[in-house]
Design a protein around this ligand. Structure first.
Ligand code: AOF
Ligand code: ZN
Length: 352
């Protein structure tokens, strides 16, 4: 199962709206087939692993990170494919909350006299597909807030555009996080101050650039911004208030999609309906504070750099010594001169 979870992770953020699932087939102690949900979401993991196993699948055990599907969707049910291949035991980490599956896949297997075990390495598998599980159960994407904070607790300097807080190793990690997310969100403040591109620029991963979203109530994003100018290559969605005018006409011509919304909650549910499971928030301070105060942040990637911003600094709502309550440190790494800490929101019951 650990190998199946590892396999699943290579396509996280690139199979939406499907989860990236891993499947490993074992016969007589040997791995005879491996599969991961294909880019774009299909084929699913199991038929690929079974195809690799061929005849060796008969009497073998299948380890799958998610309950095999039972529905006739865009592909036939994986549970049927597993039964037809003659698998004798299926080990599953997580039951599928998709209402079309939700226990039916496990039942189909058990009804075909296959031995079924559920819950193996469940915690790790849940973390590996946390975006999908959040969308299915909460009707919104999993929100990961990324912040790079200077030694004096600043996100940047007023009027200075992009300020380099962290170094190249952190840059690479941020681009990997972009590649594994379904969408990236910034506020208009950041879009105007930094003119960011928000694409993935790691060699070989350029195709993994996700949807870029700007919270821009008054439609102030300039048609000449990098975001608007690259909208033809990587989609951009601008969320504006009802009836706002601003740069809408010019923006629409760049290929940017403009959507009228009430606020951030409506934006999140709209993104979930479009199959966005994981949303990375890249700035700025206002959007971060707003999402945190609404309890809509699930994970925080906090980068700490050695640089001192000093005069004119923009304070971060979060620093290493000032974390909001209800978050627990789950991972810590050194990246060159910088430090990355990852915090997960604890379930409400664990706060007290
Ligand atoms: C599996 N194996 O590798 C994945 C599964 O739109 P469809 O027909 O592809 O179905 C999407 C649903 O399939 C998705 O919501 C989830 O329930 C399941 N994903 N299932 O057996 C896989 N990716
Ligand atoms: Zn399936």
């Amino acid at each position: 199962m650990r190998e199946a979870i590892g396999l699943s992770q290579i396509h996280v953020g690139r199979t939406g709206p499907n989860p990236s699932v891993g499947c490993v087939i074992v016969k007589d102690g040997q791995v005879v087939g491996r599969g991961v949900t294909a880019l774009g979401g299909r084929p699913h993991a199991e038929p690929q692993a079974l195809a690799e196993a061929g005849d060796k699948a008969r009497g073998a055990t299948a380890y799958v990170t998610l309950e095999p599907c039972s529905h006739h969707g865009k592909t036939p049910p994986c549970a049927n494919t597993i039964i037809a291949a003659g698998i004798s035991r299926v080990v599953v980490a997580v039951a599928d909350p998709d209402p079309r599956v939700s226990g039916q896949g496990l039942k189909m297997l058990a009804d075909a006299d296959i031995e079924v075990t559920i819950g193996v390495l469940q915690k790790d598998a849940r973390r590996a597909m946390s975006g999908y599980l959040t969308r299915q159960t909460k009707g919104r994407p999993q929100v990961t807030l990324k912040l790079a904070v200077s030694a004096d607790g600043m996100l940047g300097r007023k009027g200075a555009g992009q300020v380099a807080i962290t170094g190249p190793e952190a840059w690479k990690e941020v681009h990997l996080l972009r590649a594994s997310s379904d969408a990236i969100l910034v506020g208009i403040g950041t879009a105007l101050a930094d003119d960011p591109e928000l694409t993935v620029r790691l060699p070989g991963l350029e195709e993994a650039s996700p949807l870029r979203v700007v919270l821009d109530r008054r439609a102030e994003l300039p048609a000449t911004s990098k975001l608007a100018r690259t909208a033809g290559a990587v989609p951009v969605l601008v969320a504006v208030s009802h009836g706002s005018k601003g740069n809408r006409a010019a923006l629409a011509e760049t290929g940017v999609e403009i959507v009228e919304l009430e606020g951030v909650e409506e934006l999140l549910s709209m993104l979930a309906r479009r199959g966005i499971s994981s949303l990375m928030v890249e700035g700025g301070a206002r959007v971060a504070t707003d999402l945190l105060s609404r309890g809509l942040v699930d994970r925080i990637h906090l980068y700490s750099g050695e640089i001192v911003v000093g005069e004119g600094g923009i304070s971060s709502p979060i620093t290493v010594s000032q974390m909001p309550p209800g978050f627990a440190l789950i991972e810590e790494r050194t990246l060159g001169q910088d430090r990355l800490q990852i915090y997960d929101r604890l379930p409400a019951s664990a706060w007290i």
